[in-house]
Design a protein around this ligand. Structure first.
Ligand code: ZN
Length: 143
């Protein structure tokens, strides 16, 4: 296990622009504010949703999109910020509900269109948290 302790840094509240890309906007906040380590929490709604699912056998992301080309509520969207290739990188998962309340979820990828987005970002201060390729999983995990 890797365990590191952090102090609380700055806290941000952000309103995302209509039809912006959810993941790109979260990454933009991290890069523009130089948040190297932190946690992300967001709620709101999306016009369309694009998710990834990591196939543990082929070790590749399967990108799902066509089934979720409809308005959905963001029930929960949470993630963390760490360094990947020397730059702040957001790893974000999302659960979204359709008009009947039926939820789907997964790993957020580029291509999700924001209808309305309210974001909280907590910066954490301390030792850098760096992602590198992991031998076993082939994911970029914390080292
Ligand atoms: Zn993920």
């Amino acid at each position: 296990m890797l365990l590191k302790q952090y102090e609380q840094g700055r806290q941000f509240m952000a309103k995302l622009e209509y039809q912006s890309d959810l993941l790109e906007e979260l990454n933009k906040i991290c890069r523009e504010e130089n948040i190297k380590t932190g946690v992300i929490n967001a709620i709101g709604a999306v016009s369309s949703l694009k998710l990834g699912f990591y196939d543990q056998e082929t070790k590749e992301y399967i990108i799902t999109t066509y089934a979720y080309d409809e308005p959905m509520e963001i029930v929960s969207c949470s993630g963390n910020i760490s360094l990947k290739d020397g730059k702040p990188f957001s790893h974000v998962h999302i659960v979204a509900a359709d008009r009947k309340g039926k939820c789907i979820g997964g790993h957020l990828v580029q291509g999700t269109a924001v209808f309305a987005g309210e974001v909280f970002v907590q910066e954490l201060l301390g030792e850098d948290l760096v992602r590198e390729e992991d031998e076993e999983t082939k994911l970029t995990l914390w080292k």
